[in-house]
Design a binder for this molecule. Structure first.
Ligand code: ARG
Length: 459
């Protein structure tokens, strides 16, 4: 088939080359943005007298018809087309004749593809943000349910200090809230219109780039035409933000997997989000969480792919840049599917409070509180730390926990220790006295919950 760009050459190419060159299989996903962008372009051409108002009307009508037909399925994509931009223009020209050929005045596919891509990603950011909001709401609800449920907090995966599951879950709510912020920052920088940059140098026509930008909901225009067609920072920023969000989900998954193991048994996932083994009848596998953890690697790959594609490209447009879309689309689709699964998985997750408490009772996680007890009775922290360490060592030797270590033995280490020590180092006290801002006490977790809920409602 002769190409629309036939002229210098006869426009016929080798079939293999055509297939290799074609991007319609993946850029058809941007057809709505392509057509909406073209409608604004035609309106601008008409307003500026570059084409007549009647021609503009006709083109806009034709484009509207194509949009409707693609939406309804009445029109199918021609997979032989070079890309979505060529496809739409070809159909327009088929339907309208010569007037259709006027649409591409004062623009190039280079600014057109940059425009479509920005508009499409902007919409995807909104969709991801909605899903993130639902997940944050689910995590916060779970945190509220378990705001007083004691579990061991870990460092180095060693039992460290008692916390609540609510507090632990709120840490993820904070991460996901920052992800939301990163997406919105990225969207703000993305929301500048490249249309009118044309091939690379601008145009001799008296265009109105601001009109097109505002018709399409942009906050402004790309101020350098070379930059406008060459820049893919916005896609890299989005890939980076998605990668950070995936990393958060992957860490969360890792804990969910650990906590579901027989060794921990802190939580139980709903049967809806686990699978059985084909051979071992006792198994209940956290496949969804494992897949999310696995997909994080895939998304990092998407991010690295585009960074690498762009790293040595000279200005302005190069066909290498057609490779920008698939990795971004894959990262978007992956994150969206992970978020969707996560909302259900978290909402239906149940904690085993007895097991969490039992784990918190072992491991001397109130040793810091014993040291703090001595500090409050006048010892410098380092001396208190040393005495508490000696007590823990003796407990391990003699098979005691700090909670049932006899007072007479405590007194051998320090005369400052009295009967009230048992109340002061109980797990409940350890948790609920941690009233510092951001700490694990129920009051503090309630404050965090309120804060995140407020942030969600303001957006
Ligand atoms: N399909 C191309 C892409 O995705 C559109 C831009 C083509 N521009 C060009 N000068 N060949 O990048």
């Amino acid at each position: 088939m002769a190409k629309m760009w036939a002229g210098r050459t006869d426009g016929s190419t080798n079939k293999q080359a055509d297939d290799f060159n074609s991007s319609i299989s993946f850029d058809k996903r941007m057809y709505k943005e392509d057509i909406t962008g073209s409608i604004a372009h035609a309106a601008m051409l008409g307003k500026q007298g570059i084409i007549t108002p009647a021609e503009a009307e006709e083109i806009i009508g034709g484009l509207g018809g194509i949009l409707d037909d693609l939406d309804s399925g009445a029109l199918e994509f021609n997979m032989e087309a070079e890309d979505v931009h060529m496809f739409v223009e070809e159909v327009l020209t088929e339907r309208l004749g010569d007037v259709g050929k006027k649409l591409h005045t004062a623009r190039s596919r280079n600014d057109q593809v940059a425009l479509d891509f920005r508009m499409h990603l902007r919409g995807e950011i909104d969709a991801i943000s909605e899903l993130l909001r639902s997940l944050i709401a689910a995590v916060v609800d779970k945190a509220e349910e378990y705001k007083a449920s004691i579990m061991p907090g870990y460092t180095h995966l060693q039992r460290a200090q008692p916390i609540t599951l609510g507090h632990h879950l709120m840490a993820y709510a904070m991460m996901l809230t920052r992800d939301l912020g990163r997406l919105s920052d990225c969207r703000a920088r993305m929301n500048y219109s490249p249309i009118g940059c044309c091939a690379l140098a601008g145009t001799t026509y008296d265009t109105d780039r601001y009109f097109e930008a505002s018709e399409l909901g942009f906050d402004g225009i790309c101020q350098n035409s070379l930059d406008g067609v060459s820049d893919r920072d916005f896609a890299l920023e989005l890939l980076s933000s998605i990668s950070v969000a995936m990393m958060h989900l992957s860490r969360f998954s890792e804990e969910i997997i650990l906590w579901s193991s027989w060794e921990f048994k802190f939580i139980e996932l709903s049967d809806d989000f686990t699978t059985g083994s084909s051979i071992m009848p006792q198994k209940k596998n956290p496949d969804m969480a494992e897949l999310v953890r696995g997909k994080c690697g895939r998304v990092y790959g998407d991010m690295m792919a585009l960074f690498t594609t762009l790293k040595a490209l000279p200005l302005a447009y190069n066909k290498d840049m057609q490779e920008d879309k698939e990795s971004v689309f894959d990262a978007i689709d992956t994150l969206k599917s992970c978020l969707e699964i996560y909302v259900g998985m978290i909402s239906s997750m149940k904690a085993n409070e007895a097991n969490m408490l039992a784990a918190a009772r072992g491991g001397f996680i109130n040793a810091t509180d014993l040291a703090d007890y001595l500090v409050k009775r006048g010892l410098p922290f380092r001396s208190a730390y040393k005495i508490s360490g000696g007590i823990v060592a003796d407990c391990i030797r003699s098979g005691y926990a700090l909670d049932d270590y006899p007072l007479s033995k405590y007194k051998e280490f320090s005369e400052l220790i009295e009967e009230d020590v048992y109340g002061e180092i109980s797990l409940e006290t350890c948790v609920n006295k941690r009233i510092s801002e951001g700490g694990t006490s129920v009051a503090s977790v309630e404050k965090q919950i309120k804060l995140v809920r407020n942030q969600l409602n303001c957006k």
